[in-house]
Every structure is written in structure tokens, then in C-alpha cells.
Design a protein around this ligand. Structure first.
Ligand code: PLP
Ligand code: COI
Length: 392
């Protein structure tokens, strides 16, 4: 059930004129579906009404006004274009479809209290997409073009940026793929770059408030030591689908991968980096591995941790060492700062528990502090002293 006061709050947060909505182009809005913080649901069954429930924005595709598109052909980038249809018409021989020549990015735009909108560190996503695309022989996107494209697609979809105070953000998903045909294995000679945007809330239900229990994956690997783990290429995520689904079926929403060579070291989660916190020694420990994706959130949190007087260690972390951490965090654009409640390891049969590492039952103090600071900067509530926010 929902108390009167929280219902009232949600009503005002959803209202036109709520904080963060001042700049929206109201005159252009028309009469279309728009995202709000939540909707109310109540089910009538067996002759009576159930409890009312407020259902929040999660992390799923939602239609918006447009996506941005730009084609690379004859050795150069064409003009960017904003397209309202969510469909692409691509060649049946496109290398992305056959050989996985595709990489992507993820970043967020946030509404500040005065209604202005800022993207978080798009320059870092630009650098990383160029590293990913180089690894699978795709063309570079000049940083100015990348940031301008992000800016333009957010502007066109400004009405879909969740309001300040809602806890949501507009998620940008830049995607670059080989759209030209090749059947012999070689890179395409035509590429398509798109950026789609969706309003999002929490990746794991409950957000910061609810620690997530994870499984240590031993019967699969995410990335080989000299493979493509450090690049944000589509195939890495295909490799994770089965382990991810098996873990969820067992009741673990998150997977922690080990290093493929020895299965004795911590690598990262399916869609986020690993951080171990040792409160007594004020340590922030994160794996140093050539097959982990260099997370922009992790990089930002490292800076914040250092600003807070913590010691940041980037090094090998033995799985056995998990018992020494007070708090464990999964960090990334989608998952933000997610507290990990426990990590469980099974034997080869997948049936018998062989180890269970228990962390905080509630949100740990350092986890909360890191979350509050990074979200505070993103929301414009804490001084952005490292210049991470880019105004749209
Ligand atoms: N690790 C993997 C495998 C990811 O997919 C992501 C998400 O982008 C991250 C880590 C976190 O990276 P970032 O903080 O740049 O979003
Ligand atoms: C992100 O955090 O931006 C990601 O790309 C994760 C995604 C695979 C859900």
C-alpha cells in the first residue's frame, strides 16, 4: 500500500512545473505519451480491489521522439540526421549481423533543478568508442562529431529527460556497426552510427536501497586475457546471456566473472566494474586486468574516493580476498553505484555452494557516500570541480 504523503509527493513530482521542467518546450509537446516518474496500478481480482502500487521507470526500451544517424561511406562521415522511425533498413550481408562488427556506448543526461540538462563525461565515451572500434577495424568518430551528435539527439528529445528530483536520467546509447556487406571475413566498407535515447530509472529494482546478491561464474568466461574484454563490443554481451539467465533462474540477479586463465582473480560483473571497500584501512580496491572494460563510472568514483581521502588500489584481487572487504560495489552508467549484498560460488555441478562472501545487509556507508557524491554532481547539487558535466 502507499501512504497518502508519498502519493501526494509523486503527484507533484510528475506535474508540469515541477522542479527541472522549466526549460522544456511545452508549446511543442503536442499530445503524445511522455515518461513520468511512475504510474499507479491497482488490480481487480476475485471480486475485489488489491492494493495500489506505484510502478517506477526501470531500464527498458521506450519510444522517444527520434534517434540520430550518421553513415560512413567512401572513407568519410556523412551528415548527421535525426530520424523519427525506430527501424533501420540494412543489407543482408552487413558485417555486424554475421561477424559481430559492432560496438556501443552508454552515457546519461541529467536535468538540473533549473531545468537545464547536462551530459556526464561524453568526452570519455568518445575516447572509448574509438578504442573499441579500432579493435574491430571500424572507423574513428572525431570527438567533436561524437559530442555534437550526443548533444543534438538530447536536444531533440529534451521532453524525455526525466525531471530533476525523479532519480531518473536520459540514457544515450551510441552504436557503431558495419552495415556494408561482406561474406568473406573482412571489415565492411560502410558503417552506420546511431544514438538512441531512452528515459531510465534503476537497473536493479530498488536502486541503492536494496543490495543485490551475486554469483561467481565458474562454468563460463566473459573475456579471454588477450581477447576483446576491454572493448565495448557487442559479442561480449552475447557471451554473457546464458550465464546471466542461469544465474537469475537460481535467484542471483548479478554475475561476477573470474579471469579466464586461472579462475582465481576477480574480473568484473556482466555490465559493471567491481569495487571492494576496506573501511578500516580506507581502501578502494578495483581489479587491474587487460580484459576488463575501463569503466568511466569507476574512473570518476576513484577520483571522488581520492578526494575523500581514500587510498585507491588498482591491482589483482584474489577471489579468496573477497572475505576481507566490508562493502562491495558494482559500478557503471546503467547500474550507477549498486551495493552487493553477497557473492556465492558453486562447484562444477552448479548445485553445491562452496563459498559465500557476505557483505553489508543494508547499504554500506562508503557505498552511500560514493553514490551521493557522484549523483549529486550529476544532478547539479554538488560542485562539479572536475568539469565532468557538459551542458546540452
Ligand atoms: N563493465 C561492463 C562490461 C560494462 O558493460 C559497463 C557499462 O558500460 C561497465 C563496466 C561500466 O562502464 P561505464 O561506467 O563506463 O558505464
Ligand atoms: C551501461 O552501463 O551503459 C551499459 O552499457 C550496460 C548495458 C550493457 C546494460
Amino acid at each position: 500500500g502507499v501512504k497518502q504523503s508519498s502519493l501526494f509527493m509523486s503527484t507533484t513530482e510528475n506535474a508540469i512545473g515541477a522542479p527541472g521542467t522549466a526549460n522544456l518546450p511545452w508549446s511543442e509537446l503536442g499530445f503524445e505519451f511522455r515518461p513520468t516518474k511512475s504510474h499507479l496500478r491497482m488490480i481487480y481480482k476475485d471480486g475485489k480491489w488489491g492494493e495500489e502500487e506505484l510502478v517506477e521507470l526501470g531500464f527498458e526500451f521506450r519510444p522517444t521522439k527520434s534517434h540520430l544517424r550518421m553513415i560512413y561511406k567512401d572513407g568519410k562521415w556523412g551528415e548527421e540526421e535525426l530520424v523519427e522511425s525506430p527501424y533501420l533498413n540494412i543489407h543482408i550481408g552487413a558485417t555486424a549481423l554475421h561477424y559481430g562488427q559492432a560496438c556501443f556506448e552508454g552515457l546519461k543526461a541529467f536535468a538540473h533543478e533549473d531545468g537545464s540538462v547536462y551530459m556526464f563525461r561524453p568526452d570519455e565515451n568518445s575516447k572509448r568508442i574509438n578504442k573499441s572500434s579500432e579493435r574491430i577495424m571500424m572507423p574513428e568518430i572525431p570527438t567533436e562529431k561524437f559530442i555534437k551528435a550526443c548533444n543534438d539527439v538530447v536536444r531533440d528529445n529534451i521532453a524525455f529527460v526525466p525531471p530533476h528530483g525523479s532519480g531518473g536520467a536520459l540514457y544515450l546509447r551510441p552504436l557503431l556497426f558495419g552495415s556494408g556487406p561482406r561474406i568473406g571475413l573482412q571489415p565492411a566498407d560502410e558503417y552506420t552510427f546511431i544514438i538512441l535515447v531512452i528515459p531510465v530509472g534503476d537497473y536493479y529494482k530498488g536502486g541503492l536501497a536494496k543490495p543485490v546478491n551475486g554469483i561467481i561464474v565458474d562454468n563460463y568466461d566473459r573475456a579471454a586475457p588477450k581477447g576483446v574484454g576491454a572493448a565495448k563490443v557487442a559479442g561480449n554481451y552475447a557471451a554473457d546471456l546464458v550465464p546471466n539467465m542461469e544465474a537469475k533462474k537460481k535467484g542471483y540477479p548479478i554475475c561476477l566473472y573470474a579471469d579466464a586463465a586461472t579462475h582465481s582473480l576477480v574480473e568484473e560483473f556482466s555490465t559493471s566494474n567491481f569495487i571492494g571497500i576496506d573501511n578500516k584501512n580506507k581502501k578502494y580496491v578495483t581489479p587491474k586486468s587487460p580484459s576488463v572494460l575501463p569503466s568511466i563510472t569507476n574512473k570518476s568514483l576513484q577520483t571522488i574516493a581520492q578526494d575523500e581521502g581514500m587510498i585507491v588500489e588498482k591491482r589483482d584481487i584474489k577471489i579468496d580476498e573477497l572475505s576481507t572487504f566490508d562493502e562491495v560495489v558494482a559500478c557503471g552508467t546503467a547500474v550507477v553505484v549498486t551495493p552487493i549484498g553477497s557473492l556465492t560460488r558453486f562447484d562444477e555441478t552448479g548445485e553445491k555452494e562452496v563459498a559465500k562472501y557476505q557483505f553489508t545487509e543494508d547499504v554500506g556507508e562508503t557505498t552511500r557516500r560514493l553514490y551521493d557524491i557522484v549523483r549529486g554532481i550529476q544532478n547539479g547539487e554538488i560542485e562539479d570541480k572536475h568539469n565532468w558535466n557538459f551542458k546540452v
